[in-house]
Design a protein around this ligand. Sequence first.
Ligand SMILES: [Zn+2]
Length: 123
Amino acid sequence: MKIAFHKISRRPVEIEHTLNGCHLKGDIKRVSAHEVELNATLNGVTQLYCDRCGKSIDRDINTKLQLKLSDRAVGMDDLDTIEFADGFVDFDYLIDSEINLLSAGYNYCSECKSSSDELDIEY
Ligand SMILES: [Zn+2]
C-alpha cells in the first residue's frame, strides 16, 4: 500500500495495513511541507530461523511506531527521518524494515536458548 505525500493533510487520517502476518494500525498527519508523522502500533507474528539449528521460530511482534517521514532527501543530519524520494509513503516497506529491525541480531529457538549456557556464544 502506498499513499501520496501530497494527499496527507494536517488532520490525522487513520491507516491500516497488513503485511506478512503483521498488522499496522494508527494515523498519519502532515507536520510540515515535506514531513509527515506516523503514529501506529505493529502487531503480529513473524517467522525467523534459529541461528544455531535452523529451526523456524515464531516471534511475536508488538511494538509502537512513531516515525517521521519525508518526501525529500534529509541526508545525514536527521537519521530518524525515513525518506521516500518518489513522493509516496510505502507501508509495505515500513512494515518490512520494522520487522527486519526487530529480528536483527541472534535468534535462537527455545531448545537452543535453554542449552545456550553450555555454548560459547560470541556477541
Ligand atoms: Zn535452535
